[in-house]
Design a protein around this ligand. Structure first.
Ligand code: NAD
Length: 336
């Protein structure tokens, strides 16, 4: 029997291409693993399931606790409830962790960027409570609960201590959303004051925070925010270090964890073999660290850093002409 059983969700669009590449790299680096491949997204409907998130897929993640997931397509303004929102809520994957760093050989406007976004993943405007009050008037409810706000604040501070980060900055809009963002702030302050007073802490109104980010992101460290802000700021920050092809992520709960890149299914390049698999490979490295396979994670990291630094085999988003598989092969050939 393999040492690890990991649920693999190829997903839609570029998902099958980048998950296949990540799987190959992880296996080549020596992980003793059995993959359980299960569908989600439009692919699940195409395979005859009646939901974009089939019960089998959820049950497998519950049973095995770890999944590596490709992106899924979510139709705009109609159709099924988002797979990602369902997955995060059903499995209570309350913390999204997205490290955003400069990479060797990837030239961007800024140097010294090394921040981590901690996003509350289960409520806010993603609660999906929308109503048509009267024809022509709709509302979306933004939900903030003390339990979820305390939980994400504690997670962020614990993460900061474990990773020896120096400061937590909360992005908020409590000047307008005085109750919901007010509660988020109140809980963050409480956790700081009562449990982690030795970690530096500050707060910034999100509009000014975005300006600061694009002026000099190297000044930022751990950014803590509610669901929607975390979604938007993640893509903004990805743009600061080379784009969506290089930013990994994890969705962590007390009972399960799902690792996936920040990017979506990229329908514009799907099926062409040109997507950058690095964000998912990096998500795989986060997964390996999470399951205690630090040595294998370290080997993959060394390999992709070398490939990037050499600059010969880069995908199009990073200015090269290599395909998804060429890039994965280059990483495999550089594994120490
Ligand atoms: P996207 O992230 O798919 O793409 C935005 C742009 O970045 C596109 O130009 C795309 O080609 C490029 N890009 C993204 N990933 C790339 C990669 N690995 N390599 C090279 N280029 C890459 O965002 P979108 O177009 O707004 O969304 C497409 C679909 O993905 C939507 O249905 C959306 O709901 C879904 N989505 C899913 C997830 C997820 O499953 N976690 C996350 C975000 C968006």
């Amino acid at each position: 029997m393999a040492k690890h059983t990991i649920v693999l969700i190829p997903g839609d669009g570029i998902g099958p291409e980048v998950t296949a590449a990540a799987k190959r790299v992880i296996e080549a680096a020596g992980l003793d693993v059995e993959w359980l491949e299960l569908p989600a997204g439009a692919t699940a409907i195409d395979q005859g399931f009646d939901n974009v998130l089939p019960e089998q897929t959820i049950a497998a993640i519950r049973a095995h606790k770890i999944a590596l997931k490709g992106p899924v397509t979510t139709p705009v303004g109609k159709g099924f409830r988002s797979v990602n929102v369902q997955l995060r809520q059903k499995l209570n994957l309350y913390a999204a962790i997205r490290p955003v760093r400069n990479l060797p050989g990837v030239k961007t406007r800024f140097e010294g960027v090394d921040m981590v976004i901690v996003r509350e993943n289960t409520e806010g405007l993603y609660s999906g409570i929308e109503n048509e009050i009267v024809p022509g008037v709709v509302t979306s409810l933004k939900v903030a609960s003390e339990v979820a706000c305390m939980r994400i604040a504690r997670y962020a501070f614990r993460y900061a201590v474990r990773r020896q980060r120096r400061r937590i900055t909360v992005f908020h809009k409590a000047n307008i959303m005085k109750l919901s963002d007010g509660l988020f702030l109140k809980c963050s302050r409480l956790v700081h004051d009562q449990e982690f007073p030795h970690v530096e802490y500050d707060e910034v109104i999100i509009d000014a925070g975005c300006m600061k980010l694009v002026q000099d992101p190297s000044k930022m460290d751990v950014l803590l925010m509610e669901n929607l802000y975390g979604d938007l700021v993640s893509d903004l920050c990805a743009g600061l270090v080379g784009g969506l092809g290089v930013v990994p992520g994890s969705n962590i709960g007390d009972d399960a964890a799902v690792f996936e890149a920040v990017h979506g299914s990229a329908p514009d390049i799907a099926g062409k073999g040109v997507a950058n698999p690095l964000a998912l490979i990096m998500s795989g490295v986060m997964m390996l660290n999470h399951i205690g396979e630090e040595a294998i994670a370290g080997r993959i990291k060394t390999a992709y850093n070398n490939v990037l630094a050499e600059g010969k085999t880069l995908t199009r988003d990073l200015g090269g002409s290599a395909g998804t598989n060429d890039f994965a092969d280059a990483i495999i050939s550089r594994l120490p």
